[in-house]
Design a protein around this ligand. Structure first.
Ligand code: ZN
Length: 347
């Protein structure tokens, strides 16, 4: 068996995957054409140019432009349901046993759905996806940085309603350069008071200070990306001492120009220095990547050993917003698979 097959088959988890950035291009095309949605593409190759990073991408803003059409097709229950089922099927093919999917619920109300209907449709598909594909998926609700804090408070209150029904956390996503974390403090204080898990996109686009602000001011216990932690020793020490997991997504970071070359990504240094690093895709369609391919990139471009790959997977399991008991079950499944690997594959 080749290394790609082995990594594909290792039971893995994913902690950072945006639903709207991970819809099959073929599905977006079909839903747009049959739903009368005005789109500038009429075949799959044209569609991919609007949905994926195919050539030059200059910034996070360019990257975020790829979400325009996916969000437009996610305004009906039937479409949302199909998209989630397909994403769970794709996760299954990628060897994922548990995935934390995220979306910003208030972006899906243009077709007349209520925020509750959006969340309930996703949760229904997640339940059916588990029955059909055996993959456990849970939901993280995102609030958006450019929206007023009142919208974030609405998302927090929505999360609270479904916290024992499949919603596991809230997140803050979007343009980090113009909208610092403290704008949303009131909402995240409320989430903390409610006992909701918190992860925040921070240090993705050069602003290292947002990492500690997110942890201390917004109560984040995990950080989305955290690429720029290396700019400040105090931040690095804090991450190590407090075992704060980083949800890292190197291909996405390359495309948003957070790094200028894959080999410059700090993930290796962070892992060696004892930071709790996890590996994720961010957006499967926009970045045109699977989790298996992302692990393969670490091996081929950053010379990761199999031992380091296994450590990243273990970190992911331990950092999940899941019960201790369920994490133990996942670790046992992972360990059983790894024990059976030939010795040569473990180094
Ligand atoms: Zn993200």
């Amino acid at each position: 068996m080749d290394i790609q097959n082995i990594i594909n088959n290792i039971p893995k988890v994913e902690l950072h995957c945006h639903i709207d950035g991970s819809i099959r291009p073929k599905t977006i095309l079909e839903l747009a054409l049959t739903g009368g949605i005005d789109v500038p593409f009429f075949n799959i190759e044209e569609a991919k140019r609007y949905l994926q990073i195919t050539g030059e991408c200059n910034s996070l803003k360019d990257y975020l432009d790829k979400f325009h059409f996916p969000v437009r097709v996610m305004q009906k229950k039937i479409n949302i349901y199909r998209i989630i089922m397909e994403l769970i099927e794709d996760s299954k093919m990628d060897g994922i046993m548990y995935t934390e999917l995220r979306l910003a619920p208030l972006q899906h109300l243009k077709g007349g759905l209520s925020p509750e209907e959006v969340v309930e449709t996703v949760l229904e598909a997640m339940k059916d996806g588990k029955d059909k594909f055996g993959v456990v998926s849970v939901l993280i609700l995102c609030s958006l940085r450019h929206e007023p804090v009142e919208k974030s408070i609405e998302v927090v209150k929505l999360a609270r309603k479904y916290i024992s029904k499949g919603v596991v956390a809230i997140d803050l996503a979007g343009n980090e350069s113009d909208f610092p974390p403290e704008i949303h403090k009131k909402a995240f204080d409320l989430a903390y008071e409610y006992g909701i898990n918190i992860t925040v996109h921070a240090g993705e686009t050069g602003i290292c200070a947002n990492i500690l602000k997110s942890i201390i001011d917004l109560h984040a216990t995990r950080i989305g990306h955290g690429v720029f932690a290396y700019k400040d020793d105090k931040t690095l020490v804090y991450l190590i001492d407090n075992h704060i997991p980083l949800e890292m997504c190197p291909t996405s970071n390359l495309q948003t120009k957070a790094i200028s070359a894959y080999c410059e990504h700090p993930i290796r240094t962070y892992l060696k220095n004892g930071i709790n690093v996890t590996l994720n895709t961010d957006n499967r369609t926009v970045s045109n990547i699977t989790l298996t391919e992302e692990y393969m990139n670490l091996i081929s471009k950053l010379d990761f050993s199999m031992e380091e790959i296994l450590q990243l997977i273990r970190n992911g399991i331990n950092s999940a917003f899941a019960s201790k008991q369920f994490k133990t079950t996942m670790l046992e499944k992972f360990n059983t698979y790894v024990r059976e690997l030939p010795e040569i594959c473990k180094n």
